[in-house]
Write a protein of this length. Structure first.
Length: 252
């Protein structure tokens, strides 16, 4: 069942999501050659404590990180550790925060130093996929319209869409109904209603769409080991347009 949030619940989600996005923005700004993914994780934990929030990923099914840090061919769920970020890497950071009884969830992929132009195009196209999908999160559309918008943008650019992992509903729980694939035909699935809240998160690969999970049980990589990009926003379906809830407070 897809939960339609009341206006006061959206208000609470807006606060939680803004805090989430602000922390992610600050952590992403620390990405640079020579920094370890553990240092990024420690910084996120520190910022969450300052905001009096709880990191949504920490301890989730045994996950040991406060963020997911996925580098280059790592798609999602990368476990922070000793890996040193190098010049030319791309680093995907996924972060969730629980605050006031609601969850915010957002992700970004950022370059470390100078990156390959084709890798930069991958980042740009993945952001365009996210924008296109959010543009379909309007009352009266169907869930499949969100999914299809992402696939069209990605495949027209010559990239592939990850099938094994999807977006999701979000609210009081990090994962609520429905699952939101980043591919599929338009005009199918539940009809969208204002007040539904989703975490929309394109995961786009430079090469094939297939993935593998490493022996740590978490880190997902592309099967061909070519790079992947990941962007995510928590949004609220609107009557005329969606509202992006994970907007950072750049003054904080």
């Amino acid at each position: 069942m897809i939960i339609v949030k009341k206006p006061q619940e959206i208000d609470s989600m807006r606060i939680a999501a803004r805090k989430t996005a602000t922390i992610l923005h600050k952590v992403a700004a620390k990405v640079a050659p020579g920094v370890t993914t553990q240092e990024l994780d420690d910084y996120a934990a520190e910022l969450a404590r300052e905001q009096e929030g709880r990191c949504a990923f920490y301890g989730y099914h045994g996950f040991s990180g406060h963020i997911c840090s996925s580098v280059n061919e790592e798609v999602v769920h990368g476990v922070p550790g000793k890996r040193v970020i190098r010049d030319g890497d791309i680093v995907s950071i996924d972060f969730g925060l629980v605050y006031g009884g609601f969850v915010g969830d957002t992700a970004i992929t950022v370059p470390a130093g100078e990156i390959d132009p084709e890798w930069q195009r991958l980042l740009d196209v993945t952001q365009a996929c996210l924008k296109a999908s959010i543009g379909k999160a309007v009352e009266g559309n169907r869930l499949g319209d969100i999914s299809n918008a992402c696939q069209v943008v990605a495949e027209e650019a010559g990239f592939s869409v990850v099938r094994d992992f999807v977006g999701h509903g979000i609210g009081r729980e990090m994962h609520e109904d429905p699952q939101i694939p980043n591919y599929g035909p338009p005009g199918r699935g539940p009809v969208l209603k204002a007040g539904m809240t989703f975490a929309i998160e394109p995961m786009i690969n430079l090469g094939v769409h297939q993935t593998q999970t490493l022996n740590d049980g978490w880190t997902v990589v592309t099967k061909d080991r070519k790079p992947s990009a990941h962007f995510e926003h928590t949004i609220a379906v609107g009557k005329d347009e969606a509202e992006i809830l994970t907007i950072p407070d750049l003054d904080s």
